[in-house]
Design a protein around this ligand. Structure first.
Ligand SMILES: Cc1cc2nc3c(=O)[nH]c(=O)nc-3n(C[C@H](O)[C@H](O)[C@H](O)COP(=O)(O)OP(=O)(O)OC[C@H]3O[C@@H](n4cnc5c(N)ncnc54)[C@H](O)[C@@H]3O)c2cc1C
Length: 519
């Protein structure tokens, strides 16, 4: 099967990035046979690529040939060793992530509207989430691991939160939930264990069937080409090293993700003028918000050795979630935990902790749903091959809210580990270990062993017209230029409380409508 027609010189729309949002937009726009779309994707196809499609193998993809692997600058109050995995394959991060699927909460979207994202209210965004084609389902009965069941029971008992059977049922038409614990909802096929990623759900069914959809794989977008203030195409380097320009008669749509979309704008002279001049890039358009407002969900880890091997059945070794609400003035949870049924030990091993065998560890990773630290991304060179600098400024918020949240999380995790039926699984606490007890010690350990839930976002945020730091308007058009839109995780004004992929998919769905409406 030929995946797509041979490249032409011009298309109606050129999409940079066949990732999570890019796959949705490409599929939706080409439903109209009269609209031509070219997707420039840095990675290969995932069709038939079993190591990608088999969801349980996700961890093996991190750090490999399908991972761009972005490091950070030194984090004086956090962990300087975090590597931010970003997928280099069709489907983007939905092709190497864990596909945990949460709709955003109503209050998260109220925050967006308050930040100037007119039209991104809860009712509208949920109606786009209703359209998502990925197969999102709570963990199937056969995949429900005994230790996760016992952890859910113990969490409910220790913390008083309800057991929730389907988290998204509570969110989609109910606005969200305050707290709860349960098996996660995951975008997968329980019969095959395969991903239901953005590429699987949106592109695979149409590849080779739509003459108006062209994929340029293993092709890197180096710069946006402008005709005056209008984006007229993209300069790319193809798999065999050829440099060429792919022209867009209508629009260029950037879907390269929260790191590579601002990187491409900056390389194209769109960003903070002084920063661009410093690296010798001519200023096309002074847009000070590009690369600012770098958001994430930071997490830490507590690990135990188990008395007997953890049973094998699972979706992807991280099948349960717990939400706690400490601040009762807000309807949303403010502390989340994933459970890992494997030793998730990169950061603890670096700190000198031992690691139980592969089937003899259980971990909890408390994370901060609405972290108050804000980071920045910038270029250190005009060479497109040089990776940008990322400074998440982890744990730098003035009230120490972020570090306090992690300390609370580690303490709650210990209470759960002391509660039956989970307690009977535990042989010993491996990290941070029983000697680490005071808030100061827990904060120090929690920040040094910190990790990312892999959710960078916000670096080209939506905002109102008068907001100088807004990069795109509420219709996702880059401010001050024409023919150029951004649609991916970089447009988030603030971070949705839970895992963000469903929000990104909904952005893709709505972006397609906004693009069609402007046509
Ligand atoms: C390991 C991991 C686990 C995660 N787990 C979850 C989870 O369980 N649930 C959840 O909700 N979220 C999860 N996330 C986050 C979620 O996957 C992302 O927020 C989301 O997929 C981002 O989508 P995007 O469209 O913004 O970017 P991406 O999906 O990253 O798409 C960007 C695409 O652009 C391409 N690209 C980039 N630059 C260029 C260029 N210059 N030229 C050509 N192509 C380019 C890339 O190859 C990629 O395909 C996880 C992320 C990771 C990394």
């Amino acid at each position: 099967m030929s995946a797509s027609p041979p490249p032409a010189s011009a298309y109606d729309y050129v999409i940079v990035g066949g990732g999570t949002a890019g796959s949705v937009i490409a599929a939706r726009l080409t439903e109209d046979p009269g609209t031509s779309v070219c997707v420039i994707e840095g990675g290969p196809s995932d069709v038939g690529l079993e190591r990608v499609l088999k969801l349980r193998d996700w961890l093996g993809l991190l750090g490999g040939d399908l991972d761009y692997g972005y490091t950070t600058v030194e984090q004086p109050r956090g962990n300087s060793h975090i590597v931010h995995s970003r997928a280099r394959v069709l489907g983007g991060c939905s092709s190497h992530n864990t596909l945990i699927s949460f709709r955003p909460f109503a209050r998260d979207l109220d925050d967006w509207v308050a930040a100037g994202a007119d039209g991104w209210d809860n009712a509208t965004v949920q109606s786009y989430a209703d359209r998502i084609k990925c197969n999102i389902t709570p963990v199937a009965a056969k995949d429900r691991n005994e230790i996760v069941r016992d952890w859910i029971d113990a969490s409910a008992k220790a913390t008083g939160v309800p057991v929730i059977e389907d988290f998204n049922a509570a969110t989609s038409h109910g606005g969200g939930f305050a707290d709860g614990v349960g098996f996660l909802s995951i975008a997968y096929d329980p019969h095959t264990g395969h991903r239901s990623s953005a590429s699987v759900a949106y592109l695979h069914p149409v590849l080779g069937r739509r003459g108006n959809l062209t994929l340029m794989l293993e092709t890197w977008a180096d710069r946006i080409v402008f005709d005056g203030d209008r984006a007229a195409g993209v300069e790319v380097t193809t798999a065999d090293g050829e440099r060429r320009t792919v022209r867009a008669d209508r629009e260029v749509i950037l879907c390269a993700g929260a790191i590579d979309t601002p990187r491409l704008l900056l390389l194209s002279g769109v960003g903070p003028a002084a920063d661009l001049r410093e690296v010798g890039i001519g200023v096309r358009h002074d847009l000070p918000g590009v690369g600012e407002n770098l958001l994430d969900h930071p997490e830490s880890i507590i690990m135990w050795e188990t008395v007997r091997p953890v049973p094998e059945n699972t979706v992807m070794d991280s099948d349960g979630g717990l939400f706690i609400r400490r601040d009762t003035t807000d309807p949303r949870p403010d502390l989340m935990f994933h459970i890992y049924q494997i030793p998730f030990d990169d950061n603890t091993a670096r700190l000198g902790y031992d690691s139980p065998g592969p089937r003899n560890a259980i971990c909890m990773t408390p994370n901060i749903p609405r972290s108050r630290s804000r980071g920045k991304l910038w270029l250190t060179s005009s060479d497109p091959a040089v990776k940008p600098a990322l400074d998440f400024r982890y744990f730098t918020d003035p009230d120490d809210y972020d570090a306090t949240t992690i300390v609370d999380g580690l303490k709650i995790a210990r209470e759960i580990a002391a509660t039956e039926p989970f307690k009977s699984w535990i042989k010993r606490e491996v990290a941070p270990g029983p000697a680490v007890t005071t808030d100061e010690e827990l904060s120090e350990y929690g920040r040094r062993a910190a990790h990312t839930v892999y959710h960078p976002a916000g670096t080209c945020r939506i905002g109102a017209d008068g907001d100088p730091m807004a990069v795109v308007d509420p219709a996702l058009r880059v401010r001050g230029l024409s023919g150029l839109r951004v649609a991916d995780a970089s447009v988030f004004p603030t971070m949705p409380s839970p895992n963000p992929m469903v929000t990104v998919l909904a952005i893709g769905e709505r972006a397609a409508d906004l693009i069609r409406a402007d046509r």
